[in-house]
Write a protein that binds this ligand. Structure first.
Ligand SMILES: [Zn+2]
Length: 510
């Protein structure tokens, strides 16, 4: 018996080692190629001949072996020199890695507050260097873009989208449009988890052209799933509230299991939504963090107020216009499902909305100080408050109660040091308009400096995703997600729309 296994193993080993050798007819071809290039003297012509020949090799190992074979058989000093460089310096030749150098650009790295002239080096999907002294050698194989007079910002992240409220094809088309307009990442705040999982995989590996997709599942009280039509729509074919991407919870739920199902689906976070009281909020948030998922929510999710949401562990809180006024209500909030009619709900909301608050109100200070201390990001979603409103004369400012409250809240939070993120809550409009650019502008109208509005849509949003080590700034080692702009967004924030081209994961977006 032992002998048979040994014989089998030997056969396997021999087969493997043979298949890793260069086949005889390839060796013949390589010999002919060597004779041919040995007659040449120009290094770049020699390199071109060799690279075009070995590009047909099926894997990196064989490519390397082919290079070594030519080196061993060559009688020319020129050829040997080229081979030595190819084998030593850049493994791009053997790995087919992408080398791109963006030269002489004004780099807005979203770390400092200014732009600085330099060159960005990209290898494969990553930024490998940023040269501010113009002293680094550019690899011969690199594609070089001279961006004199242009500006580079990190790829934009829309921190509030819902991309699955249509067909898969709709979602794919919308994502493709968004990427072309500079969005290299999106945070989906709750949709059809089956579709989101697919889109996440496809955009990551480049099978679909689009921003990287990060998403949450929805965790809420049973009343939400029973009464609201939206969860039913994204649970088609199954029961709303009883699927891994949306789960009804109570104090009796097995929270480990609930969170594990979200994690297994590929979610980045759980979004805690309506009808979860503050104690349950705290429990499920703690379990999510224990399983290394992020915790996202709206700023207010009745019955739980913003102060209890930030103290309960929410890392990103959405919707600036509906948070502060509820801080003035004594005790817990009434959930919308506690009302018999829409009129009753409306009356409650109107009555409870204390609009006479300002930056000196004790409740306001308490809330934003807590958010700052807890490092909770405010996902302002200013864009939704402008939906359906006509722009005023200058075409920029809009006017509505909710918009005004949002501006006030964002300004106070920003001045108090709360991190502000940028999310449109409406990624794409008619005529393929991508709304994150308008969201960024609206944040500046609410008081953010241009650089802080850009940071809101890049590094702050990356933090909200827990991806700040991989994306969000222009830094060595991060993914090469970049937007090249024709004009300076630090001077005019509308320049984030003035795009020359976009790079995602080291590839130029066509
Ligand atoms: Zn939303």
């Amino acid at each position: 018996m032992r002998k048979t296994i040994l014989a089998f193993l030997i056969t396997v080993l021999v087969t493997v080692s043979v298949s890793a050798q260069l086949p005889e007819q390839i060796k013949e071809g390589l010999k002919n190629l060597t004779v041919k290039v040995d007659k040449l003297t120009d290094a770049s012509t020699i390199q071109k001949e060799i690279l075009s020949f070995i590009s047909a090799a099926p894997n990196e190992d064989l490519k390397k072996k082919a290079l070594v074979f030519i080196q061993e058989n060559s009688k020319s000093a020129h050829t040997k020199e080229v081979l030595a460089r190819l084998l030593k310096g850049s493994d791009s030749v053997v790995t087919n890695k992408n080398y791109i150098v963006l030269k002489n650009a004004n780099i807005i790295d979203a770390i400092s507050d200014t732009s600085k002239k330099g060159s960005v080096f990209i290898e494969g999907d990553k930024i490998t260097a940023i040269d501010y002294t113009n002293s680094m050698q550019i690899p011969e194989v690199a594609a070089i873009y001279d961006l004199e007079g242009k500006y580079i910002i990190p790829g934009l992240i829309d921190a509030h989208v819902h991309i699955t409220h249509g067909t898969l094809k709709d979602a794919q088309e919308h994502l493709q449009t968004a990427l072309k307009k500079g969005v290299t990442g999106v945070r989906d705040m709750g949709g059809d988890g089956r579709m989101l999982t697919l889109l996440k995989k496809n955009t990551m590996i480049g099978e679909d052209v689009g921003p990287d997709v990060f998403f949450s599942t929805i965790i809420a009280g049973p009343e939400f799933f029973e009464n609201d039509p939206r969860p039913k729509e994204v649970a088609k074919g199954a029961t709303a509230g009883k699927v891994p991407w949306q789960t009804a919870i109570t104090h009796d739920s097995d929270l480990r299991q609930v969170v594990a199902e979200a994690k297994g689906l590929g979610a980045t976070a759980i979004k805690v939504y309506l009808n979860v009281d503050k104690d349950l909020f705290r429990k499920v948030a703690a379990e999510a963090k224990r399983q290394r998922l992020k915790v996202w929510s709206h700023a207010v999710v009745p019955p739980t107020k913003a102060i209890d949401i930030t103290n309960g562990g929410s890392e990103v809180m959405s919707h600036a216009a509906s948070m502060v006024q509820y801080e003035f209500i004594k005790g817990d909030l009434k959930s919308r499902h506690a009302f018999k009619s829409q009129e009753e709900l409306k009356a409650y909301r109107q009555k409870s909305q204390n609009l006479n608050w300002d930056k000196n109100s004790a409740e306001v200070k308490r809330l934003f100080n807590a958010m700052k201390a807890n490092n909770s990001i405010l996902d302002a979603t200013m864009f939704v408050y402008t939906l359906g409103l006509e722009p005023s004369e200058n075409g920029k400012k809009v006017d509505s109660t909710r918009y005004k409250i949002g501006v006030k809240a964002v300004k106070i939070a920003y001045d108090m040091g709360v991190k502000i993120g940028a999310g449109s809550d409406h990624m794409i409009s008619k005529d393929n308009i991508i709304n994150i650019h308008r969201e960024i502008e609206l944040l500046t109208l609410a008081g953010l400096s241009n650089i802080d509005a850009i940071k809101a849509a890049t590094i702050i949003n990356a933090e909200g995703l827990g991806e700040e080590k991989n994306i969000g700034t222009i830094e060595k080692g991060k993914l090469a997600n970049l937007v090249v702009l024709n004009t300076n967004p630090l001077e005019n924030i509308e320049s984030t729309k003035d795009i020359k081209f976009v790079i995602k994961r080291g590839k130029i977006v066509e």
